[in-house]
Design a protein around this ligand. Structure first.
Ligand code: ADP
Ligand code: MG
Length: 722
């Protein structure tokens, strides 16, 4: 690919022979089409079986598939292969091996065995494991996940065959996101299918669908490298809002600048070749902020694709001399970024279980899944909050611009009315007898698909035929949120089934039993529903009155993973073992500590190496000037303003110096704490508050000091890309 800045050569060339997307979509994926060409029917059957039943494949078949995969990849120009997986920290991990094997001094062949396809032993000691590996001195291995197709990753330096895998310790514990994600999806598939039997016995399977909207910022690569805070912390730790910010919201509706547009079309093409079904692109609210979204897919694949997309975007950005900023809040005073997770369940008969549908029969089925989801969110709101907790997302949640830290569900006025009617008309009727006619009362018009009934301030909103979990952070791995969401809803559906079956055993008719149970859920989970402005101060008060949690920071949010209820939920449903859950939670506390620790150090460095030297340089200029002016006869009163600036600068410099010393001392103290959760809380409560006070002084200095002395690129340079 071409190396250039604002207008890559490849762009103008490729646009000339620009093909339709359908011509290159999925070209770099070893999907059904490629398999049909390179692998025997027998082997394809074996892959499909492994895919649907999870049954391990025998060696002979694996060898056949490996051979076909290799031939396909080599024909596409790949020289290496890698097991591609998603460790618990960082985005994706790869260790590349060459197909090439020497057979003599100057001879060799390209080789790839079933064994190499199925299992690998990456040097895993550096991946976080929350002590699992240390305790058992076990090594980790990666195992092929046939449910996600292999693909070819193209970089300027060459092509690599990537084989999606799960990553596990030899003692069996999962060390990645994928294994528990698959378990949670299967759990939901199973319980949803069981519940579907009440309505339609033709339904044999139900799949979780997920569409992930990804927000991000773009900054110029060269400027990015001049900001140690962006490079090492992913966000700016000092810096002022420019006079022209997002007040006018002109960016959101404006056209996409050409340089950005070129980047977008370029990465979209790469992503589409990898089978990522990108559909939309647009500017976001903040200057320099954008969004893209693929068509929804099966949840596990959608999440793989999101990780892959992030890789592709960052790598393509390099060609355009851009840097993608994934952080949830890279710039103070400018909107942050999220990753909206549009989530639903679709049956093998093609019915979206969260689509209100047109017939009463559909409505009761819809209400079942709709109400059970609400009930699950109500009962496990803290766990859901924990699932999106990261140091970075703390800046966003509750910061008056993003879905608040208070978990609530928005359903829109029509459905709120439907639930109200549902609850009350039944409550006044005779229990145990329900006719088709009664159900007709709840006929729900299919009007919600448009934008008339939207609420952008809700962390968890129903948007027509899906729930949109909007509080997920832009840099986060969606598995965190989706494992929890799948598990709580699946668990809730199994409770629902028990409740309904118990009534049926008491000779209550089926529809009536379903209604009775649903009504009891509507009553008991009502307090989680909120239709108003989630950013308002009134909601904070109102939520407290309702007894809803408002957990503002990560170390406290994470505690929800340690509760007995959570442990039972995950362990009893085989999503995590107790040890896995504890290890993961520990990693999350550790992660928090690391992030805040790094930010603290970088801030200290910025203060000492950039901000204070800039202050001193400018003060020197001023002092020299004052001295010079004195020589020509100007008095102190004449130089009042200049002297005042010199004084002001000293005041802020001293404040930075003192606060940095105090922060360093708090870090030292926090580092002595051995418990991961207590340490994280110390970092949160004792260290982090200094970020604000140091920043305040630094930002005042940025305002006071002349541009020549200020070496850090400013917001106006970073945000208004040319
Ligand atoms: P928005 O509703 O946020 O304005 P879209 O309607 O384009 O935007 O949908 C956003 C995302 O939701 C897309 O990725 C889309 O594919 C996905 N989506 C649509 N329907 C479903 C569904 N039934 N299940 C899961 N995701 C869905
Ligand atoms: Mg959306």
């Amino acid at each position: 690919m071409a190396q250039s800045s604002s207008k890559p050569v490849s762009e103008s060339k490729s646009s000339k022979n620009m093909k339709q997307i359908s011509e290159y979509f999925g070209k770099s994926v070893f999907g059904p089409k490629a398999m049909a060409e390179y692998v025997s029917k027998e082997a394809i059957k074996a892959v499909n079986e492994a895919r649907t039943t999870g049954k391990p494949m025998d060696r002979k078949m694996a060898d056949q598939i490996a051979e076909g995969m290799k031939n396909w990849a080599i024909e596409k120009g790949a020289t290496h292969y890698t097991h591609w997986f998603q460790p618990l920290r960082g985005s994706t991990a790869e260790k590349h091996d060459a197909f090439f094997e020497p057979t003599g001094i100057d001879t060799g062949v390209e080789h790839f065995s079933g064994k190499a396809l199925v299992q690998q032993e990456p040097d895993a000691s550096s991946f976080p494991s929350g002590g699992i590996r240390n305790t058992f001195e076990a090594r980790g291995y990666s195992a092929w996940d046939p449910s996600s197709p292999a693909f070819i990753m193209e970089k300027a330096s060459g092509k690599t065959l990537c084989i999606p895998t799960i990553f596990v310790a030899y003692t069996g514990e999962a060390l990645d996101y994928k294994a528990p994600l698959i378990k949670s999806t299967n759990f939901l598939t199973k319980t949803a299918t069981e519940v579907c039997q009440y309505f339609d016995t033709n339904i044999k399977n139900a799949k979780v669908s997920l569409g992930i909207e990804q927000e991000y910022f773009l900054v110029d690569e060269e400027l990015y490298h001049q900001r140690p805070d962006l490079v090492f912390a992913g966000r700016t730790l000092v810096g002022n809002m420019p006079a022209k910010g997002q007040q006018l919201e002109d960016h959101y509706f404006g056209s996409i600048p050409e340089r950005i547009y070129n980047f977008m079309t370029d990465f979209e093409k790469e992503a589409l070749k990898l089978g990522i079904p990108l559909k939309t692109r647009h500017n976001e609210v903040a200057p320099g902020q954008y969004e893209c979204a693929p068509m929804f897919e099966e949840a596990d694949i959608a999440i793989d694709h999101n990780s892959l997309l992030m890789d592709v975007m960052q790598s393509v950005a390099g060609r355009h001399k851009l840097k993608v900023i994934w952080h949830e809040k890279p710039f103070k005073g400018v909107n942050g970024s999220g990753k909206h997770n549009n989530w639903s369940i679709v049956t093998d008969t093609g019915v979206n279980l969260l689509s209100p549908g047109m017939s009463p029969q559909d409505n009761l089925q819809f209400l079942t899944f709709f109400i059970n989801t609400i009930k699950a969110v109500h009962d496990h709101a803290d766990l859901l909050r924990a699932s999106i907790a990261t140091a970075a997302n703390d800046h966003r949640l509750g910061a008056n611009e993003a879905p608040p830290a208070i978990m609530s569900v928005f359903i829109g006025s029509t459905l709120a009315q439907v639930l109200h009617q549902f609850e009350h008309s039944k409550a006044s009727g005779k229990p145990g007898r329900v006719s088709e006619k009664t159900i007709n009362v709840y006929r729900i018009p299919e009007i919600l698909l448009d934008n008339t009934d939207r609420n952008r301030t809700s962390p968890f909103a129903f948007t027509g035929n899906k729930f949109e979990f909007r509080a997920v952070g832009s840099s986060d791995h969606c598995s965190n949120a989706i494992i929890v969401l799948n598990t709580i809803v699946a668990n809730q559906l199994s409770v629902f089934k028990k409740d309904v079956d118990a009534l049926i055993r008491k000779k209550v008719n089926k529809h009536s039993a379903i209604e009775q149970v649903l009504i009891s859920y509507v009553k008991s989970s009502k307090k989680i529903l909120f239709e108003g402005n989630g950013y308002s101060a009134e909601w904070v008060k109102e939520a407290a009155k309702r007894g809803l949690s408002n957990i503002k920071t990560t170390p406290y949010a994470l505690d929800a993973y340690n509760s007995k209820a959570s442990k039972d939920l995950f362990v009893n449903n085989n999503i995590f073992t107790r040890k896995e859950l504890e290890a993961r939670t520990e990693i999350k506390y550790e992660d928090y500590v690391l992030k805040i620790q790094i930010e603290g150090r970088i801030l200290g460095e910025l203060a000492k190496n950039y901000v204070i030297p800039a202050a001193v340089a400018y003060q020197k200029k001023l002092v020299d000037t004052i001295e010079g002016l004195g020589k020509v006869g100007l008095s102190k009163t004449d130089n009042k303003a200049l002297l005042q600036i010199v004084k002001e600068i000293s005041k802020h410099t001293n404040a930075i110096w003192d606060n940095n010393a105090k922060m360093t001392e708090e870090r030292r103290k926090a580092n002595l704490i051995t418990h991961a959760d207590k340490k994280a809380k110390a970092y949160c409560d004792k260290v982090k508050p200094y970020f604000e006070s140091i920043r305040e002084s630094a930002d005042k200095l940025e305002e006071l000091i002349d541009n020549d002395s200020w070496k850090l690129p400013k917001y106006r340079d970073l945000l208004f890309l040319k």
